[in-house]
Design a protein around this ligand. Structure first.
Ligand code: AMP
Length: 396
């Protein structure tokens, strides 16, 4: 049984074909610049070299067609025909309050995803184009929706309500939804497995630190709080996103700088965070290089980033009234030992103590806590695509 996993962005489409017998990735790739001049596919088959195919991709339907063509190509494909695809798992960003789990896609599900578009105007429409393309091209293959928000639907009211007029929650559905749910869930389950414990007995904080970053409190396998909110703009300082702010600040910037509402939002989404603070880059590798050269603003930026993550971990230890493991994942969390150490140094009062030798690792599952630590500090590489494939398999 092979599952095709699709992650559609507004002008991109990431895909993986996964064999569910071995959980091996048979092919992986990305379509870039969909609807823009110069579109191309970067495709890597199992045991093969990465190839770049330049082709015209005016829309997602044609992109899906070209992905299927690449997957079944005689030279660089991974399967003989489309019949070898058993189902398609779609990453859907926002499921609002409709979805607490993954679902098989039908017309009702599509309508519900459409109705969440206001909450994720950039992502949900793109996700829907991927579904429509599959329904048109491979109509006999079942599609499954796996939501970034679903895992967080277990949060209690006290965690998801903002202190706004309650009516805004009832009428406008303004509440904390949280994102990266597929990653947080996968990492929490791998953590329990790694520790050889029942997830029901663990209080875990997962730090998903990538270009987008969020922290999640997971008690007995359930998300009880998370740092992203109504949108993925809340919480940590991220690559280009500001994260938490005094709510008056946007208004203040607009007046002081003569900017429109949309222009201010653009600053908060695209010009803030690590990029805005450092003035160097949104990529932590560039920041690391600058820190190594003694750049003071880069050091200050890392301090702000690490401090904010640590504050959230402290808050979530309080939310759960305990902490068994702090787990780092995603690009930065998996690869940057200095950031992990920088965050953990605030957590000694919680029993976190780092073994520097063990912490010297990248993208492997490892407990890097010192022998006398009473709380685990760990790296668990995330794998959202595999999680989507597993949920899809389970449903079909
Ligand atoms: P993600 O969004 O999960 O792809 O993570 C992107 C972030 O992780 C970027 O800021 C990168 O600088 C950082 N990152 C990714 N790979 C590495 C690596 N090998 N070493 C250090 N940082 C990395």
């Amino acid at each position: 049984m092979n599952i095709l996993v699709l992650n559609c962005g507004s002008s991109s489409l990431k895909y993986q074909l996964i064999s569910m017998v071995t959980e091996e990735v048979l092919a992986i790739g990305i379509c870039e610049r969909i609807g823009i001049d110069g579109s191309l596919i970067k495709h890597t088959p199992i045991n093969g070299k990465k190839i770049t195919i330049k082709c015209d991709m005016p829309n997602h339907e044609i992109a899906v067609q070209l992905v299927l063509k690449a997957l079944t190509d005689k030279t660089y494909g991974a399967i003989k025909s489309m019949d070898e695809i058993s189902a398609v798992g779609h990453r859907i960003v926002h499921g609002g309050e409709f979805f607490t789990d993954s679902v098989i896609i039908d017309d009702t599900v599509i309508k519900a995803i459409e109705s969440c578009t206001e909450l994720a105007p950039l992502h949900n429409p793109a996700n829907l184009t991927g579904i429509a393309a599959c329904q048109a091209i491979i109509p006999n293959v079942q599609n499954v929706a796996v939501f970034d928000t679903a895992f967080h639907q277990t949060m209690p009211e006290k965690a998801y309500l903002y202190a706004l007029p309650y009516d805004y929650y009832e009428r406008l559905k303004i509440r904390r939804y949280g994102f990266h749910g597929t990653s947080h869930k996968y990492v929490a389950h791998r953590t329990a497995k790694f520790l050889n414990k029942n997830i029901e007995d663990l209080k875990i904080v997962v730090c998903h630190l990538g270009n987008g970053a969020s922290v999640c409190a997971i008690d007995a396998g359930k998300s009880v709080d998370t740092s992203m909110g109504l949108t993925p703009l809340e919480g940590l300082a991220m690559g280009t996103r500001s994260g938490d702010l005094d709510p008056k600040i946007p208004d203040f910037i607009a007046e002081a700088e003569g900017l429109t509402h949309n222009e201010v939002m653009d600053v908060l989404n695209k010009k803030s965070g690590v990029l805005g603070l450092s003035g160097i880059s949104s990529d932590f590798r560039d920041l690391e290089n600058a820190v190594a050269k003694g750049n003071k603003r880069a050091m200050m930026t890392m301090d702000v980033f690490e401090y904010r993550v640590a504050k959230y971990i402290g808050a979530y230890a309080a939310s759960m009234n305990g902490l068994d493991a702090v787990v780092f994942t995603a690009g930065l969390g998996e690869n940057n030992k200095d950031v992990r150490k920088g965050i953990c140094k605030y957590l000694t009062y919680l029993g976190v103590k780092v073994d520097d030798k063990l912490n010297d690792c990248r993208s492997i599952e490892r407990d890097f806590s010192a022998e006398d630590a009473t709380t685990h500090s760990m790296v668990i590489p995330t794998n959202e695509e595999l999680m989507i494939a597993r949920e899809t398999k389970m449903l079909v």
